[in-house]
Design a protein around this ligand. Structure first.
Ligand code: PLP
Length: 400
């Protein structure tokens, strides 16, 4: 089996690890093969039993008797991500939202309660507030800038505190240390959606979260051509997630796993460039009084302080809050951008721009737009930043 001859290069720096790991010395290829399988075949019935016994002894993975459990291709990705996350294990799912669902469904049962940050990714809000309500699971939302609202919502039934940082589209940075303290004091399990930063800039499991979600569709894959999700866990929740993973069948396929592994080779290089480009664009845009930048850049702001305290870098997704009575001029501004495509998702090599309608941010309790305020979301890609600035400059002429 090829897994036996795949070397997991260990180095102190994961930048080097990502470049050198998972070479296939059997096939003499720099990258591991894509092993596609529904049936996993064995030479004898005894071999099947032996593999099953090994899987029971070592539930972390690497032993399969059926394709739904993955193949060496998915296992390699899981091993790389486990090292990157510094976690006990990483589960991989067919979409990022699959990881959101898996994290939540592993922990809560009918009658339980969840507390979630108000500016959460809107499908996560709909999942908890509406869909899980049908299963008698109650969700309350807390104010990201007033963490007393977490303590106030805790009851005996609270099983999960779910954080997304920064807030989806509105980019609030929270005091993560305080959240962990509250959760530990009350013995409540914690999960965070860490897609914006990835473990390159912040490692939630090491910090104290029990679960960490990343949509691999974004920076992990980095090329806008594949979907996937990862759910990193600590030892405490591993068994619960393992059972839920088995019961839901939420597992990533080998072709997608291969593409995400390939994307990861350059994760650090791409994120450094996204970050550098975004800094230049933030500098340029900060001259415009009409525009409030939703990015951790203003040194005396709460968002900056919280980002600086917990993160080692900032990625390329940012928001512009624009005050204008002329909604059409906002649309004109976005439509006039020539180097920014218009479409959902982010984290790829190319720049994107969207005018966010309020419904897309979800019906929030605490964090909403005021009258005549508009949100434009920019994903800053890997193009030459001078070209991007020139493009934004010409489009801004339409803003009234
Ligand atoms: C913060 C965040 N989490 C999760 C998801 C869901 O990921 P996916 O689109 O891969 O299902 C998204 C998608 O946009 C997201 O922005």
């Amino acid at each position: 089996m090829s897994i036996l001859v795949i070397k997991f290069f260990m180095s102190k720096s994961f930048k080097t690890f990502l470049k050198h790991t998972a070479k296939d010395f059997h096939n003499q290829s720099v990258n591991p093969p894509v092993v596609r399988a529904s049936t996993i075949i064995f030479k004898s019935l005894q071999d099947i039993r032996k593999t099953q016994a090994k899987a029971k002894k070592n539930p972390i993975g690497g032993h399969y008797d059926y394709g739904r459990q993955g193949t060496s291709t998915t296992y390699i990705l899981q091993k790389i991500l486990t090292k990157l996350e510094e976690s006990y294990h990483v589960f991989t799912t067919p979409t990022g939202f699959g990881s959101v669902f898996l994290a939540i469904i592993s922990i809560v049962r009918p009658g339980d309660e969840i507390i979630i940050s108000d500016p959460v990714y809107s499908p996560t809000r709909v999942l908890t507030e509406k869909f899980l309500k049908e299963f008698n699971i109650k969700t309350t939302f807390y104010n990201p800038y007033d963490l007393k609202s977490i303590s106030q919502n805790i009851t005996k039934k609270t099983k999960l505190i779910y954080v997304e940082n920064p807030g989806s589209n509105s980019f609030e940075f929270q005091d993560l240390g305080k959240i962990i303290k509250i959760a530990k004091k009350n013995k409540i399990i914690t999960a965070i959606d860490n897609t914006w930063a990835t473990p390159y800039y912040f490692k939630p499991i090491k910090f104290g979260f029990d679960m960490s979600i990343v949509s691999a569709t974004k920076y992990y894959s980095g090329h806008s051509d594949v979907m996937g999700g990862s759910l990193a866990v600590n030892r405490k929740v591993f068994n619960k997630v393992k059972v839920a993973e088995k019961m839901t069948g939420l597992r990533l396929g080998p072709d997608d796993a291969y593409l995400i592994t390939r994307g990861l080779r350059t994760l650090d290089v791409r994120l450094d460039r996204h970050s550098e480009n975004t800094k230049r664009i933030v500098e340029f845009l900060s001259k415009f009084k009409k525009i409030k930048l939703l990015y951790p850049h203003k040194k005396n702001s709460f968002n900056f302080k919280m980002w600086k305290k917990y993160y080692s870098g900032a990625s390329g997704l940012m928001g512009l809050k624009i005050k204008s009575k002329n909604k059409n001029s906002i649309r004109k501004f976005v439509n006039s951008l020539k180097l920014f495509g218009h479409g959902y998702s982010w984290g790829g090599f190319e720049s994107l721009a969207l005018h966010q309608e309020v419904v897309e941010t979800g019906k929030r309790k605490y964090v909403n737009l005021d009258k005549d305020e508009h949100l434009v979301r920019l994903h800053i890609g890997l193009e030459d930043s001078s070209d991007l600035i020139a493009d934004i400059k010409q489009a801004l002429k339409h803003l009234k």
